[in-house]
Design a protein around this ligand. Structure first.
Ligand SMILES: *Cc1c(COP(=O)(O)O)cnc(C)c1O
Length: 454
């Protein structure tokens, strides 16, 4: 047995021939750190993002062999290679098998197009993969500590639901979710406010920016932090990124059976999802090309065209989970490709689409394939189409289905003039009573609330 790491991160993992792999900051000024600190801290002190120092390819023959593995098993093997020397293998296996406990089917529409359905988890969106894995790995790292870890999350809607579900019942961890009162959908609110156990919802009488400001202030409050152990479950946490690589592998094993090259198109906002695909590719996953599909928040598409990146305030669109004007994971993508736009273009294309086009795509998917897609997924389909138009067909085009259509009823139903079947699990949620504490936007009240937990 080799539990040495648990006691000292300075000792090299004896069963391994590589020394303890570190995580560096993409800004390169904060010190590199071990997995535990990268996960619990979330963000390096220099405001960069953590990345693994070493991304090694899988061993020869792995990808062929993976075609006969279960989803959790191939996911574990990928994670074990990437995280070798940072966490004990048996513990990692347990975490991965527990986190990856729902399907991610590739649904073929025809010979060319397929949708990778990532919405069969507890919150009906792909963020479940990241949230479930992060919750379990954090729980692993706080095991044995008598001090509780409080996770503070500000949400504009979707992230909160995935995080709440992901951490539900996780020992040693309490989750506090701040959401803007009356600015999220009823369904989103139910996802945050009806779970109970270790999940608490604070209904902030303000905007999402107010929620985020409160959380930020708490993190900057050294006096508070000396007494209360807090962490974030932000989408930029490396523990949320890594498990997203799993489903590219699983999707590839399903799509490659058709005997053609595989191209992935990812409806993108903060670019975490596609970054995970690029990491899987760096580990040898034989993907031909990646396509980033944006809505009208097209800063990445512009950057891809001009090599000039300009952040802009986000604009509201139908695919609102992608309304990001300054995608944080761009730093990681630039680091993966040595800041070389030509390398980025070699591996990735980028296209943007407006709301009108998004609605047309939803209609086309429905009329041509009888396929119900949420607006984000429809943007993914559009990106795949544009890629085929520019480069010709010949590959299997897998676009990522990032949310269940029933999560966006208010858009899907009027656009398609249909009634969407609501999954039973969502209906149960809708029937539950909301429980939330009202919170004004001033920091002092929020601080007093947190200090009572000490
Ligand atoms: C978060 C989200 C996205 C965007 O993913 P990124 O990793 O931020 O690029 C797309 N679709 C849905 C439904 C989402 O919730």
């Amino acid at each position: 047995m080799c539990y040495l790491w648990e006691f000292s991160s300075h000792i090299t993992h004896r069963t391994s021939h590589i020394t303890t792999m570190k995580f560096y900051s993409t800004k390169h000024t904060a010190p590199a750190t071990d997995l535990k600190e990268a996960v619990i801290r979330g963000l390096p002190a220099d405001n960069g993002l953590y990345m693994p120092e070493l991304i090694r390819p899988m061993e020869d023959g792995f990808f062929e062999a993976a075609k006969d593995m279960s989803f959790p098993e191939m996911a574990f093997q990928l994670a074990n290679r990437l995280l070798e020397g940072t966490i004990e293998s048996a513990a990692l296996k347990e975490i991965v098998y527990d986190a990856v406990n729902f399907e991610a089917p590739v649904h073929f529409l025809d010979e060319d197009y397929a949708c990778l359905e990532l919405f069969h988890g507890p919150s009906f969106a792909f963020k479940d993969f990241g949230a479930r894995f992060m919750a379990r790995i954090m729980s692993h790292f706080v095991k044995g500590s008598t001090e509780k870890l409080y996770i503070l999350v500000a949400t504009s809607g979707d992230t909160g639901g995935a995080v709440a579900q992901g951490f539900l019942g996780t020992p040693g961890i309490e989750v506090i979710i701040l959401y803007p009162s009356q600015k999220i959908s009823e369904l989103q609110e139910k996802q945050l406010t009806t779970l109970g156990q270790n999940i608490t919802a604070l209904e902030v009488k303000g905007t999402f920016d107010d929620c985020q400001a409160l959380v930020k202030q708490a993190f900057l409050d050294e006096e508070l932090r000396a007494q209360l152990r807090i962490s974030s479950a932000n989408s930029i946490n490396i523990a949320r990124l890594i498990p997203q690589a799993f489903y590219y592998l699983y999707a590839w094993t399903q799509a490659a059976k058709k005997g053609k090259d595989v191209v992935f198109c990812v409806p993108s906002g903060n670019f975490g999802n596609i970054t995970a695909g690029l990491i899987a590719h760096k580990m040898g996953l034989p993907v031909k090309h990646f396509v980033a599909a944006n809505n009208s928040n097209d800063v990445f598409t512009k950057y891809h065209q001009t090599n000039i990146f300009e952040a802009r305030p986000s604009v509201k669109t139908l695919s609102n989970a992608m309304d990001v004007g300054n995608p944080s994971n761009l730093q990681r993508i630039q680091d993966l490709y040595q800041n070389d736009i030509e390398q980025i273009r070699t591996h990735m294309s980028a296209y943007s689409f407006n709301d009108e086009q998004t609605k047309e795509a939803m209609k086309e998917l429905y009329n041509k394939y009888q396929y119900l897609a949420c607006p984000h997924t429809a943007v993914g389909y559009l990106g795949m189409k544009s890629y085929f138009e520019e480069h010709g067909k010949g590959a299997t085009g897998v676009f990522l289905g990032t949310a269940h259509p029933a999560k966006f009823l208010d858009i899907v139903e009027p656009t398609l003039d249909v009634k969407v079947d609501i999954p039973a699990r969502l209906q149960v949620l809708m029937a539950r009573e909301k429980e939330a504490e009202l919170m004004p936007t001033d920091y002092e009240t929020f601080r007093a609330y947190l200090m009572k937990l000490v």
